[in-house]
Design a protein around this ligand. Sequence first.
Ligand code: A2P
Length: 406
Amino acid sequence: MSTPLRQHLIDPEICIRCNTCEETCPIDAVTHNEDNYVVDASICNACLDCIAPCPTGAIDNWRIVREAYSLEEQFSWDELPEEEEGISLDEGGEGAGDEAKEDEVTQMLAEAHAGAGGQSHAPASASQAYVNLYTRAAPAKAKVAGNFRLTDKESESDIRHIVLDFGTQSFPVLEGQSIGIIPPGTDARGKPHHVRLYSVASPRDGERPNHNNLSLTVKREVTLADGERYEGVASSYLCDLEKGADVEVTGPFGNSFLMPNDPAATLIMVCTGTGSAPFRAMTERRRRRSETQGTLLLYFGARTPGELPYFGPLMKLPERLIQKELCFSRLADKPKEYVQDRMRKQGAEIAGLLKSDKTHLYVCGLKGMETGVTEALKDLCREAGMDWSSLSAEMRETGRFHVETY
Ligand code: A2P
């Protein structure tokens, strides 16, 4: 009989197929097909470099197996298989029991996350997030309560505010969490469509206060190739939904990109486009609480005001609640400005805020923006006599620095 081994697996239900793990793996053990990202057990040497950069935690999975799952098996999964019962790495030996092995996995994960700047932790005063309450096999059923276009009619981007109502089902979310949407039907090969993750744009007590609903900010994904126009399956499905339609939902997901409950905390929020969703949720949470609050500082990048989601309502929010730094890249009469450009101009102010352990920094949106923002933070810290690399590691460790880019 073969000796049991611990196999590294990726959860296809949570994976958003962003390719980060495949890009990161130094020995090409991660690969993918049209369905799934998978780890080749015959190549993987458990260096764990892929763990920390994964935005969803789909990569944090191990199974103790007698025979490694083949690539073909993993490609065919819609969800991870159940743990096989009655196998242990101890077989034939005097090693530790299952509980100790669990601890070993936890320890292994902690070390892996420490590698690339450290694992993200929830802020110390954040509420406890619920995750994975609903799965592809047993999804929550929501009804569309509204679907409104946020961007100007003439603008290229079709970004929508979609409200989902969960009726009598419990679907607790916190600001910063995501949910999975299951587009109905199958692809050209007859396989069910992938689940897609979307950040929740409403606060924990609902899009409407004390209603069992939530909102999403969804951009219709359009790509042009060979003269053809292709639309993203999940985003088009969502953008075309009529009021009253049924939607299958998984999740919630995410237990670190959360807001502090401490009312005195300062939140610096940096985003582009639909990356604003979690910040709408956090800002609205703050707006609905009546006590005196710490500073909210928002850097928000869009092509034009007409393409900036929630531009109208955002402009109405008072300065005493939130400082809005809106940066536009395609105005006819102004040079292009990205969020990182504005951050550089306000470097001393940001550095001053970063000196306080009450300050939390969030970045959400385009991957390219993350690179630009990191460079800006390095420079503005250096100019203030601070070191971004050690500060960011400390902020991550204490749950005060969070990045979600795609
Ligand atoms: P750009 O006009 O150069 O595309 P989108 O509308 O595609 O979702 O993008 C949202 C905003 O993010 C746009 O203003 C876009 O500018 C901007 N953007 C694109 N790339 C970067 C980047 N590398 N850093 C910061 N902002 C970016």
